[in-house]
Structures are given as structure tokens and as C-alpha cells.
Design a protein around this ligand. Structure first.
Ligand SMILES: [Zn+2]
Length: 399
């Protein structure tokens, strides 16, 4: 599907890290048919270096992986949208990311890297380009250490934008990071299930701690991506392999089954820093039905969840701020409003209205609200309580 091999061009001032594995230019066509509107919620762009130089403080120099190749892969695999995550080789210079987001129009969102010096104007520009989160890296070989109070300060800066924090760490470091993660004031998305050691039992103490963190904190989400980084026994996803990375399946499946509304999936194209093999992205798509085993789970993982996290906020919201009393509803709120309207409509009948005024409890006894109506009422009440002005639920900070 992609006809040119990614080799550094003559103008490319950057030599790849020795042993670097380039992305696969010839993926297989997936057998698994993705649901309409599926989102690749974790992928990257690299450069091209000649246009968007790699950061001086980078820990690796990749091959180029420009936006055009990412969009070609998206279309080839049958995906609809991308969430592009700032690659560590670009440091906190988000220009390549922003360029890709703008080019994708509304079909991509981004996760940027920002430091404490970022201005409010820069944050607003990133938001306008489609950025909806920032990434904190705790894998020391990939980025320099940032003190936690600085990260917390950044989290507070981005929280009012409705952004979330993406965290990347390895499982053995979770006990030490647990309190920090669970104190963050935003939604927190964990990359690649917190990189569990899949040679350990799926109900062993290491993964159990991760599951507990998600169970006890409903603002914590997980990407169930990157089996190619976690698998020990394989077989690798090469050449259309249909049973790849079997040892990772129980871990990802457990999260999808237990937290179906808080999981995301992504290709991780162009697969930075792989040492062993480069997976076939078509086979990675074919991995999905092993971990999300029903159409409903697949739709949540690939469509509903990423859409809620990345696309639900209306881009036009700011444009209406000058019109007092205007609230733009997202899809969920619209549905809730619809069911409430239906209930209110029943009161347009004179006899119903009289009965309702006469004895509310008895009326609701005679004309019980459906579960959906009751849920909608309760949800709206909760939302109003949390954030009356804008009708959107946000966590309290400080707690
Ligand atoms: Zn990645």
C-alpha cells in the first residue's frame, strides 16, 4: 500500500540510531473488519527531520514517518481517525504533531508534550489544532526525568481545557507511582496497560495492582495496545499471522472485559524503538477480536470510547460563549435530553398534567419513567452539580 521505503533523504540531517527498525511498508490487509468510525488511538509521526527537526535532547533518532504515510495506513487498514501522540524524539516541540493534526482536519486528535514554560496562548493554539491531552513519560531510557511537582503543575494548567494526562511507565515502577497517578486532577490514560510482565500470571500481584488502580479510580483509562512490545513467546505479527502474541491476550482481554468503557486501542505506528521485529499492522488489527470478543466490546474499544474522550467536546464551543445561556450538548447529553423531553411531552396532555400536579409520586407510579429516562435525569442532576455553568462533569481539585 505504501510504495516508497522510508530512507533518509539527502537533505535529512539526521542519521538513524544504529539497529533502528523501520516501519513495515507492506502490511497485510486485515481479515477483521473494523467497525465504521474506528479510531487508532495511539500512533505517532516522525518528522520528516528535514522539515521538523528532531529535538536535541532526544534519546533516539528514528526513520522519518510523515503524516501522509500515517493517513495512507489509516485508510488501508479501514480505520477512520487517528489520535497522534507526540513522539519523545521531538521533545516538547509539537510542530510536526500540529502540522499532522491540521492536515487531517477533523479526523485526528493529538496528545502533546508541554513543559512548565508553556503559555496559555500556546495551550489554546494546541487545543485549536486538536490537542486534547499531554503525555508524562516515566520510562527513563526515553526521556529525562521531570520532577513530580512540575508535572502536577502542568496537569493543573491543562485541566481547565478538559484535557487528560497520558502516562507511560513500566509495571515494576507502579507501586512507587501509584499515589501520584491517583492524585492527578484529570482523566489519566495509561499507555500499553502499564507494560505488564506477561510471563507473570494475569491474576498475579503485579497486574492485580494495575487492575485495582483502575477499579478504584474511574478517571483512569488504559490503552490495550502494543502486544508486540509485551509479548515474550509470540508468535510475532508478521505476514498476516492470525494468532500473534498469545501471551498478551489474557491481560488485554481482562481489561476490556472489566472496564469496557475505559479502554482504547492503537497501532503504535511507526513503532518506535523496537529491537526484535517490526509487526505487520494488518496483523495487529487482526489481534483485536482476540481481546475484544463481541461486536459490542469492539465498538466501545474502537469507536465509542475514543470518540467520547477525544471528539465529544465541541470545537464550536468558544464561538457560543458570547451568547449567554447557550449550551452545546455532546452526543450523550443530547440523548439524555431527548428522553427527558419525551417525559415532559407526556405532560402536554391535560389529564396527565393534572394527575402529575395532583400527586407526583402517584403519577410516576402510573406512568413510570423508563430506565433511560431515570438515568438521564440522574446524570443531568450530577452534571449540574459538578459544573453548573457548562453542563460538563469535571473532577474537583483540590480533592
Ligand atoms: Zn507509541
Amino acid at each position: 500500500m505504501v510504495d516508497t521505503v522510508s530512507v533518509p533523504q539527502a537533505t535529512d540531517p539526521f542519521a538513524k540510531t544504529p539497529g533502528w527498525l523501520d516501519w513495515n511498508t507492506n502490511p497485510s490487509r486485515p481479515r477483521f473488519a473494523l467497525p465504521p468510525g474506528a479510531v487508532d488511538a495511539h500512533c505517532h509521526v516522525f518528522g520528516p527531520g528535514a522539515q521538523f527537526p528532531y529535538a536535541p535532547e532526544r534519546k533516539y533518532t528514528p526513520c522519518d514517518a510523515p503524516k501522509e504515510k500515517l493517513f495512507a495506513l489509516r485508510d488501508f487498514l479501514g480505520l477512520d481517525k487517528n489520535v497522534i501522540v507526540q513522539a519523545t524524539c521531538h521533545g516538547s516541540d509539537n510542530r510536526a504533531l500540529v502540522d499532522a493534526l491540521r492536515a487531517a482536519k477533523n479526523r485526528a486528535r493529538g496528545v502533546a508534550t508541554v513543559n512548565r514554560n508553556v503559555s496559555d496562548a500556546e495551550l489554546r493554539d494546541l487545543h485549536a489544532a486538536g490537542v486534547r491531552g499531554t503525555r508524562f513519560n516515566f520510562v527513563k531510557r526515553l526521556a529525562d526525568f521531570t520532577p513530580r511537582e512540575v508535572l502536577l503543575e502542568i496537569a493543573h494548567r491543562i485541566a481547565p481545557l478538559g484535557w487528560h494526562v497520558v502516562v507511560y511507565f513500566e509495571a515494576q515502577d507502579l507501586p512507587e507511582l501509584y499515589d501520584f497517578f491517583t492524585a492527578l486532577p484529570t482523566t489519566v490514560v495509561v499507555d500499553h496497560m502499564g507494560r505488564p510482565d506477561v510471563s507473570k500470571p494475569v491474576d498475579g500481584s503485579q497486574f492485580e495492582l494495575f487492575v485495582k488502580m483502575m477499579r478504584e479510580h474511574d478517571n483512569i483509562w488504559s490503552k490495550v495496545s502494543c502486544p508486540e512490545r509485551l509479548s515474550i513467546s509470540g508468535p510475532p505479527a508478521r505476514g498476516g499471522e492470525q494468532n500473534a502474541y498469545r501471551d498478551v491476550i489474557p491481560f488485554a482481554k481482562r481489561l476490556v472485559d472489566t472496564f469496557p468503557d475505559r479502554v482504547l486501542w492503537g497501532t503504535d505506528w511507526p513503532h518506535p524503538n523496537l529491537k526484535d521485529h517490526m509487526p505487520d499492522d494488518g496483523s495487529l488489527v487482526d489481534f483485536i477480536p482476540h481481546i475484544a470478543t463481541t461486536p459490542e466490546l469492539q465498538r466501545k474499544l474502537l469507536v465509542d470510547n475514543p470518540m467520547r474522550l477525544y471528539w465529544d467536546m465541541s470545537d464550536d464551543e468558544e464561538a457560543f460563549e458570547d451568547i449567554p445561556g447557550t449550551t452545546l450538548f455532546n452526543g450523550t447529553q443530547s440523548r439524555q435530553g431527548y428522553y427527558l423531553n419525551m417525559f415532559c411531552m407526556s405532560l402536554m396532555k391535560d389529564e396527565n398534567r393534572k394527575a402529575f400536579k395532583g400527586d407526583e409520586a402517584a403519577y410516576l407510579e402510573t406512568f413510570p419513567m423508563s430506565d433511560a429516562q431515570r438515568d438521564a435525569g440522574a446524570a443531568l442532576a450530577r452534571t449540574e452539580e459538578a459544573e453548573p455553568a457548562r453542563g460538563r462533569q469535571r473532577r474537583q481539585w483540590p480533592p
